[in-house]
Design a protein around this ligand. Structure first.
Ligand SMILES: *Cc1c(COP(=O)(O)O)cnc(C)c1O
Length: 397
């Protein structure tokens, strides 16, 4: 008997693709989950005749291939053939591979003035020494992006929603600007995940993920991915992935695949809980400002409502009393775990200025010092609300 077909044609729904794309029952054993092919090299029947199509695991590995196919199906199912996924050892390894594939020394990149601190550090401390130039602009302002474009601008780099300020960039608008300039639009889709937002459907050329976050979803793996719509660029990236070597290992790829299966149900619950937390924080006497794209007063709310199906599980807020008070809120929280990262089942709290975004201090990407960032997890919502009430109490007494 042949195993059930899992061609994309029979997988119209997102959750179906998350569970089955790239993951038919194992052809040799019938295992319903792709095995962890913990192997470096593969048998050749004769010189150059590969027994199963694989040669060496830096070039390709079956577990990683399953993840890459699944990610392509999640971000690009509506775009037809040619969409390609590539899995890396971390989000930053994916970013580095992309930038050194599409840019060369002397080229220019437009980056957001509000973005993940590590992305900024990659531009400012590593790729700048390699000869790449960059301009940091507010990406929500399309005119500012247009006027930052130069002759050698190869990439417009967007992150939406942004880490940690939850700013929103208009993906379709940016795609038009980038296309007009002959540049690629790259969107870091880590905060939204493909369940809430699919940038390539809105015109982006490349999607970047830290799979460490929502795609993995369980704070147990570091990984990254690129998904690209143009087949030729996909080939170039695959060549550089192999030539530079920062690939996802088989077990890490397997963990991300396992996480992806529940992405849909997890994101729905992250969003529902985040909305409840936002309701509680808005109007709280210890809070001066809440940043969440689902709030009608958020400057990017209308764009977010157009390009996202819900508004995500990340919430940032500013604390009355400045930096010390914000740090104290982080220290007092008991259920919200004080830690960097995001997107896992456990709720996390952090102070971006001293933690995830310390590397952006003194740069155009510096964040307010009274800012606290929450990653809303999947614990009982009442417990999360009670913990935040407790953590915020000290500022009123
Ligand atoms: C964490 C993160 C990254 C970097 O990913 P790593 O897996 O830590 O290398 C990039 N972009 C965003 C938005 C992130 O949150």
């Amino acid at each position: 008997m042949t195993p059930p077909a899992t061609s994309l044609g029979s997988m119209t729904g997102f959750d179906t693709r998350a569970i089955h794309a790239g993951q038919p029952p194992d052809p040799t054993t019938g295992a319903v989950v792709p095995p962890i092919y913990q192997v470096s090299t593969y048998y050749q029947d004769r010189v150059g005749e590969l027994r199963g199509g694989y040669e060496y695991s830096r070039a390709a590995n079956p577990t990683r291939a399953a993840l890459e196919e699944c990610l392509a199906a999640l971000e690009g199912a509506a775009l037809g053939d040619g969409v390609r996924g590539l899995a890396f050892a971390s989000g930053l390894a994916a970013e580095d591979c992309l930038l050194r594939t599409v840019c060369g020394p002397g080229d220019h990149v437009v980056i957001p003035n509000d973005a993940y601190g590590g992305t900024f550090r990659l531009f400012a401390r590593v790729l700048e020494r390699w000869g790449l130039t960059w301009s940091a602009v507010p990406l929500s302002d399309l005119d500012a992006v247009r006027s930052a474009i130069r002759d050698r601008t190869r990439v417009v780099w967007a992150e939406t929603p942004t880490n940690p300020l939850l700013g929103i960039a208009d993906i379709a608008g940016l795609a038009e600007v980038a296309r007009g300039a002959g540049a690629l639009l790259v969107v870091d889709n880590t905060f939204a995940s493909p369940y809430l937002q699919r940038p390539m459907e809105l015109g982006a050329d490349v999607v970047v993920h830290s799979t460490t976050k929502y795609l993995g979803g369980h704070s147990d793996v570091v990984g990254g991915a690129l998904v690209v719509r143009d087949a030729e660029l996909g080939e170039q990236l695959a060549f550089h992935q192999k030539a530079m070597g920062a690939v996802a290992g088989p077990f890490d790829a397997w963990l991300v695949l396992r996480g992806v299966k529940t992405l849909g149900v997890r994101m729905e619950r992250h969003c529902t809980a985040a909305e409840r937390v936002v309701d509680m924080l808005v109007g709280h006497p210890g809070v001066t400002e809440v940043r969440y794209p689902g709030l009608a007063q958020h400057p990017g709310h209308e764009v977010a409502a157009k390009q996202m199906s819900r508004f995500g599980g990340m919430v940032s807020f500013r604390v009355r009393g400045g930096e010390d008070a914000a740090v104290e809120v982080c220290n007092r929280a008991r259920l919200f775990t004080l830690a960097e990262s995001l997107g896992g089942v456990e709720s996390l709290i952090e102070h971006p200025g001293r933690m995830t975004h310390a590397s952006a201090a003194g740069s155009p990407l510096e964040v307010p010092e009274d800012l606290v960032r929450l990653s809303i997890g999947l614990e009982s919502i009442e417990d999360l609300l009670a913990d935040l009430e407790y953590a915020l109490q000290s500022d009123r007494s």
